[in-house]
Design a protein around this ligand. Structure first.
Ligand code: C2E
Ligand code: CA
Ligand code: CA
Ligand code: CA
Length: 278
């Protein structure tokens, strides 16, 4: 069994997923997962480069399947997208993340930003802005503490995306470009879209210390972002060397196993408390 990395639960799920009957089973089960309360969010800390304090968290969904145990998003997001269930699931994620962040703030924890992944389907659905507004209203979370992570694929319909992003910005929330550099879109949207953050994809960070090209890409992304007055977050930071390099080049925030894997909320609270002390 692999002990590390994204595929660490492959041992439990690969058999079932190579089997189309059981994949169908997953699809059937997915339809009931929301009402059966089987989803759970894990939170991965985002640490400020300068202060080394936790300033944010990315909410990442997991499915607590009654038979197969914890299933990771790589195994079910695609099915959720194909079946259209992703919009409902995605709404649940936004709401849950906002509820949790508000709870943390009310408990006296210093305010941090909560980042939520948006699937393209959610983004291109007409009522996204209304949904986000509704969630902010009824959770009472200050909008500046919600970040929506979108991908470059959402820049394809330029006019539509610009309109939606402006409306989202008007609510007061933050926008982050996830997996930056891995999409096929041009960079021209960067000038026009109201964006706050670029997230350097893990694939660039991963081989940074060995691969000259990746080092240069990372440096270029940081420079580009800063010239555009955006902040940069590096994801998938696993080693001290990577951290030191990213510090040297003034990457603003760091996210990765070096600090913590995505963890349940109670564990996040403990981790947060332990870091604030020293
Ligand atoms: P992502 O948005 O790029 O999220 C980062 C992924 O990298 C997470 O995997 C996280 O656990 C993993 N990761 C973080 N730091 C490290 C590290 O240092 N090393 C390694 N090897 N991996 C690291 P996860 O949680 O399995 O999520 C996979 C993808 O599923 C996410 O990629 C995102 O695209 C999608 N996803 C997760 N939650 C949601 C959600 O609520 N809605 C939607 N639409 N997609 C989601
Ligand atoms: Ca993400
Ligand atoms: Ca990412
Ligand atoms: Ca990624």
């Amino acid at each position: 069994a692999k002990s590390q990395g994204k595929n660490r639960y492959v041992v439990y799920t690969s058999d079932l997923l190579s089997n189309s009957i059981e994949e169908l089973q997953l699809e059937t089960d997915l339809r009931k997962a929301l009402e059966n309360n089987e989803f759970i969010l894990h939170y991965q800390p985002q640490v400020c480069n300068k202060s080394e304090k936790i300033v944010g968290a990315e909410a990442l969904i997991r499915w607590n399947h009654p038979k197969f145990g914890l299933i990771y998003p790589d195994k079910f997001i695609k099915i959720a997208e194909e079946t259209g269930l992703i919009t409902q699931i995605g709404e649940w994620v936004i709401e849950q993340a906002c509820i949790q962040n508000k709870k943390w703030q009310d408990s006296g924890m210093k305010s941090i930003k909560i980042a939520v992944n948006l699937s393209a389907q959610q983004f291109f659905k007409r009522n996204l802005v209304g949904i986000v507004k509704k969630v902010l209203d009824h959770t009472g979370l200050d909008p500046e503490y919600l970040v929506l992570e979108i991908t470059e694929s959402m820049a394809m319909d330029f006019d539509y995306s610009l309109k939606v992003l402006r409306q989202l910005k008007n609510l007061g929330i933050c926008i982050s470009i996830d997996d930056f550099g891995t999409g096929y879109s041009s960079l021209s949207y960067l000038k026009k879209f109201p964006i706050d953050y670029l997230k350097i994809d893990r694939s660039f960070v991963k081989d940074m210390m060995e691969d000259h090209n990746d080092v240069n890409i990372v440096k270029a992304i940081i420079t580009l972002a800063h010239n555009l007055r955006l902040e940069v977050i590096a994801e998938g930071v696993e080693t001290k060397e990577q951290l030191n390099f990213l510090k040297k080049y003034q990457c603003d925030k760091i996210q990765g196993y070096l600090f913590s894997k995505p963890i349940p909320s109670e564990q996040f609270e403990q981790f947060y408390a332990s870091l604030q002390k020293n």
